[in-house]
Design a protein around this ligand. Structure first.
Ligand code: ADP
Ligand code: MG
Length: 245
């Protein structure tokens, strides 16, 4: 049996009386790529944020590598070190160079050796085609370049699991492919375990082992990718796919 890295059981999240996530159950195997699809407002970002300990929840359990993720528990900061996250907005520190943005977590939080961390950062920058930008400031970069730095910054922390939440949504169309290629490469070459939220259906089809389809805070389908994209199990998911063409 494949080794599970993440289990989510009976997760419930609500704001006042409004349910945002309702009885969410799924697991992710080591090395698996899950794409999380669903209409706007269905709860995708909220779920991703719960998985990274950024959001409190009311019921259920999230277990990552055998330990519970719950922002009200003391150990969540430590567990979270192993979970990398990249969002739609890059959130780089504007007053720090690319290199210093990348090194902040590894050297200040994780206390990695500075010399080794810098060498690794340079290797990662080269991998995403930004080796000449180590000393640049975020304002000197395009959106696509900033997003590459955000990905490198997450990878520099040596995550076991990556969460990508619509990382190409605010990019110019010509920037999108390059970012998607980097994510694809992480799957193919590094066998990185990840959950990817995306509106790029061709990409979702290409990269996903499994699709989780969310609507109104419920999981309507969890289907192997091939099956989902050839014949969804629900009419609602099919209507969603049709609307994305
Ligand atoms: P998605 O990422 O799928 O578009 P979100 O997770 O962002 O969906 O939002 C799910 C639902 O939760 C939406 O109805 C949204 O309005 C609501 N929501 C998100 N954040 C908050 C908040 N801080 N307070 C109240 N409602 C929220
Ligand atoms: Mg969202």
């Amino acid at each position: 049996m494949a080794e599970q890295i993440l289990q989510v059981e009976h997760l419930e999240k609500y704001y006042q009386k409004k349910y945002v996530l309702h009885d969410i159950n799924f697991h992710v195997d080591k090395g698996e790529v899950v794409t999380l699809l669903g209409p706007s407002g269905s709860g995708k970002s909220t779920l991703i944020r719960c998985l990274n300990g950024l959001e409190e929840y009311q019921q259920g359990t999230i277990t990552f590598e055998g330990e519970q993720i719950n922002p009200t528990e003391k150990n969540w900061q430590q567990i979270r070190q192993k979970i990398g996250m990249v969002f739609q907005s890059y959130d780089l520190f504007p007053n720090l160079t690319v290199m210093d943005n990348i090194l902040l977590g590894p050297t200040k939080v994780q206390k990695q050796d500075k010399f080794a961390a810098k060498k690794e950062a340079l290797d990662l920058l080269e991998r995403v085609g930004l080796e000449d930008y180590a000393n640049a400031y975020p304002r000197e970069l395009s959106g696509g370049q900033k997003q590459r730095v955000a990905i490198v910054r997450a990878l520099a922390l040596h995550p076991d699991f990556m969460l990508f939440d619509e990382v190409t949504a605010s990019l110019d169309p010509e920037m999108v492919r390059g970012i998607l290629n980097i994510i694809q490469d992480l799957a193919d070459v590094d066998h990185m375990t990840m959950i990817v939220v995306t509106h790029e259906m061709n990409f979702a089809q290409q990269i996903a082992d499994r699709v989780i389809f969310l609507e109104d805070g419920h999981i309507l389908e969890q289907t192997p990718s091939k099956q989902f994209f050839s014949a969804t199990q629900t009419k609602r998911a099919q209507a969603f796919l049709d609307s994305m063409d």
